[in-house]
Design a protein around this ligand. Structure first.
Ligand code: CA
Ligand code: ZN
Length: 305
């Protein structure tokens, strides 16, 4: 299996993983920005699912969502923003997906656990003769929170398990920094996943990610945002989906009033007329939603991403 090659990149192997985001953890690397890194990642169950006979019974719950890192960025302080451009995502074939009773949106209708492995070397995932397109994305990406310890299977204001399909090749994610060095980690790659991660998992894979990281001191954010194609989205996680939706809008309105010169009501009208509320995932301990605004709006507000 050939990985991503870039002689200028700092390589971090998947021997360096964390299972929670917190400030006390030993960094696997100290890096001065701007920098390009390649992070090797394990799958979301640390390789415990090896065949279609394996179910959640084989999964060691102490090693859920291994996330490669944490990376300490020199001179990065609380209040800064990390700009992380996703240059490449390499997913290792095959990947697996599962359904599990009581998990996912249809958990009450699932009578038995089923695990499926799919090869996608030919660029498609074939489910009973129906071909599904690959859509590589990163499930977990985040930084240490100001206080406490957040397991890597939980999303939040620090990022983490936000399972957002917009976090893909070519996108840029903006993460608020809460502790010295930021302590970035990422993992949980999916070769494909629909918005919602509705049936419980994506096509779970190990792999590699190449990122380009910079410090941004001009942006004011306190939750993750992502720029992808021609939209810019807030990424909000709360216990219930309707609360995540509201938070996604509150944070978007907040962003354009603080970073552009516009008042609350006009920001609300603009969002009401052209921003899309979207669901990221409904299967994790907190649910994640986003509000996506077209970047042509931001350009008119002199917000340069
Ligand atoms: Ca995930
Ligand atoms: Zn996953």
């Amino acid at each position: 299996m050939t990985g991503i090659s870039n002689n200028h990149a700092i390589y971090v192997s998947s021997d360096n993983v964390i299972y929670s985001f917190e400030k006390g953890l030993n960094p696997s690397k100290h890096v001065t920005l701007p920098a390009t890194l390649i992070l090797e990642t394990k799958d979301c169950f640390s390789g415990d699912i090896k065949t279609e006979k394996d179910t959640m019974a084989e999964v060691d719950y102490s090693t859920l969502n291994p996330s490669t890192g944490p990376i300490y960025f020199n001179n990065v302080k609380p209040g800064d923003v990390l700009e992380v451009k996703i240059k490449k995502i390499k997913c290792n074939s095959p990947g697996f997906t599962m359904c599990v009773p009581k998990e996912g949106l249809l958990g009450d209708m699932i009578k038995k656990p089923i695990t499926k492995f799919y090869n996608f070397d030919n660029e498609k995932i074939e489910i009973d003769n129906t071909k599904v397109d690959l859509k590589p994305m990163i499930g977990v990406i985040g930084v240490a929170p100001a206080e406490g310890s957040i397991p890597t299977n939980t999303p939040g204001d620090h990022g983490g398990n936000i399972d957002t399909t917009l976090i893909k090749e070519g996108s840029t994610i903006f993460l608020p920094v809460f502790v010295d060095g930021g302590l970035l980690a990422l993992g949980d790659l999916h070769a494909a996943m629909g918005d919602g991660e509705s049936f419980f998992t994506g096509l779970e894979v190990s792999g590699e990610v190449e990122i380009e990281v910079k410090i941004r001191r001009d942006l004011k954010i306190d939750i993750p945002f992502v720029k992808s194609d021609d939209i810019f989205a807030s990424i909000a996680s709360e216990k219930e989906v309707h609360k995540s939706l509201k938070k996604a809008m509150v944070k978007m309105v907040d962003f354009i009033t603080k970073n552009g010169d516009i008042d609350f009501y006009d920001a609300g009208f603009i969002c009401g007329l052209c921003a899309d509320l979207q669901i990221s995932q409904v299967v994790d301990p907190l649910k994640t939603a986003r509000m996506a605004i077209p970047t042509y709006i931001l350009r008119q507000l002199n917000i340069n991403l």
